[in-house]
Design a protein around this ligand. Structure first.
Ligand code: AMP
Length: 281
């Protein structure tokens, strides 16, 4: 595996990889890798393609009071895991390579970026959209793989890839969970032992609301109950528990088409998100 930190070296290495005509797959990450990330890498490898993984803790997607400085960074261990998984290139640009002095451009996707995490974290999806567009231009992948764990992020990326006529195929992978059901996340490292137990209330509350809504109970009541359950387990604030159209993320009050139930809430200093499919059949 080549570990690269500057653009000319990356471009040369990508050209060399692509010279055999096989497709190239990119897996963008912020590092502190866990089995959720590695499932995306394994899917890329399974497809028998060249694999580039990026690690970039993107300052533009963190708000002023968020955890940019505290975000876990474990480059040596990440590199070992990726090399063992058969990754061809680890692209790990410094901030001044991604955003050199004078950098002034922003990609902003309206509508689908506005609610849910977009409302709770103003500017977050502009940061994501900008950096993912740059990563696509830097690496020039044929395919890029993202996790459904960040469901709104995946939907926003699909939107701008279609809108900007980018020639990259976007693949979404199911959320990988710990045995007890908590979605794997780099931020789980912030949780105390007690918080780790309480955190389970998030997937459980979403699962219970899904069952109620699929049984035909009123959506509003099921969402309110999930929010109350989270509050009772110490989540504060609960940013949202929402039922949304699975493709557009428009809010839904009646289950009349494929939907997604999404939740975000803070437990101590850790903000957790999760989501599950809700099926009208
Ligand atoms: P991050 O490093 O958190 O930016 O995540 C990098 C990629 O891994 C994103 O596409 C995430 O959606 C995906 N990812 C993170 N956690 C999981 C998980 N538990 N299961 C599946 N994909 C995940």
């Amino acid at each position: 595996m080549q570990t690269l930190r500057d653009l000319p070296a990356l471009r040369a290495a990508v050209d060399a990889l692509k010279s055999d005509g096989k497709p190239l797959t990119l897996v963008p990450t912020m590092g502190a890798l866990h089995d959720g990330h590695m499932a995306l890498v394994e899917e890329a490898r399974r497809r028998g393609r060249h694999v580039v993984v990026s690690i970039f803790v993107n300052p533009r997607q963190f708000g002023p009071n968020e955890d940019l400085d505290a975000y876990p960074r474990r480059e040596a261990k990440d590199a070992q895991m990726l090399a063992a998984a058969g990754v061809d290139i680890l692209w790990i640009p410094p901030v001044n390579v991604m955003y050199p002095a004078g950098y002034a451009t922003n990609i902003s996707v309206s509508g689908i970026s506005d609610g849910l995490d977009g409302a709770a974290r103003p500017g977050h999806f502009d940061g994501v959209s900008t950096v993912v567009t740059k990563l696509f231009n830097q690496v020039r992948p044929d395919v890029a793989i993202f996790g459904e764990k960040d469901y709104q992020q995946l939907a926003v990326i699909r939107r701008f890839v279609a809108d900007l006529d980018l020639s990259v195929e976007i693949i979404g992978m199911p959320t990988q969970r710990a045995e007890d059901g908590l979605a794997l996340s780099s931020r789980n490292a912030y949780l105390s032992e007690e918080e780790r137990k309480a955190a389970l209330a998030l997937p459980r509350a979403l699962g219970e609301a899904k069952r109620q809504i699929e049984k035909g109970e009123p959506v509003e009541g099921a969402l309110a109950k999930a929010i109350a359950t989270l509050a009772a387990h110490g989540f504060d604030p609960v940013d949202y528990v929402s039922l949304c159209d699975a493709a557009t993320l428009a809010p839904m009050t009646v289950l009349d088409r494929p939907a997604r139930l999404l939740g975000a809430a803070r437990l101590g200093k850790t903000r957790l998100i999760d989501n599950i499919a809700v099926d009208p059949a």
